[in-house]
Design a protein around this ligand. Sequence first.
Ligand SMILES: [Zn+2]
Length: 238
Amino acid sequence: MLIDMHSHSDGNADFIKEQQRAQVASILNATTTAEYRFNEQYVGQQQLLSYGVHPWESERQEIDEQLLSQVAIIGEIGLDTEWTDVPLSVQRPVFLQQLHVANDSQRPVILHTKGCESEILRIINELPDLTVLIHWYSSAELQSAYLARPNSYFSIGPDVLTGEVVQTFAQKVPLSQMFIESDGLESFRWVLKREVATSEYAGLLKQVYQKVADIRSISRSQLVAQLESNWQHLLASI
Ligand SMILES: [Zn+2]
C-alpha cells in the first residue's frame, strides 16, 4: 500500500476517489472549514483529514477553533517568506496559536517551513514531545539539525525526481522517519511543468517512491513496507 503523507484535493472529488481506487492511504489537508467539509463528504477509510490555516491564507482565513479542537492531525501550518507576500507579523500569531493547540493536546502537526527553517526549528525544539511531520523540506540549510530533533517525520516531495537538494535530504533521512507526499496534483504539475490528469496520480506517486528507493539503494517494495510501518506507528499515536 502506498502512503501519501501530504495531499490536497483542491476541491476535486475525483482526486479523493482516485486515492481510494489506487488504494493509497493519505492525509488530506484542508486550509478552510469549507474545504474540510468538502473532503469529509468523500473521505474513505484509509484517508485522514487534517485542518489548519496555511501561512499563505493567514491574512484571509480565521482559525476555526472548534474544528481545530476536533481534528486528529493539525496542518498544514507554518511560516513562509518565499512564496507569499503575507507578512510574517501576520503569519506568526496564526501559526503559533495552532501549534500550541497541537502541543497542548499532543496531536501531530504538519509543518510548512519555506524560508523560515531556522525560526521554526527553534520553536519546535522548545516543544520536544510534539510529533511533527515536516512537509517537503527543500532547504540545503539545517538538514542535520532538523534530523536531530526527536519525534519528527519528514515527507519527501515530488521534486525529488529532479531537485538535488531534496535528493540529498532523501539520502539522509532515517528510513524510520521518512514518508513520501504528492502535495496534490498541482505539485506534480509544478515539478513536471505540464498538465497532469487525475488518472496519472498513482503512477506518478509510484515514480516518487521508485526514485527514493533508488537513492537509498533498496527496492521499492522494501521502501513501501518501511513506510507502511511508519504509518502504523503514526496512527497508533493519534
Ligand atoms: Zn501542501
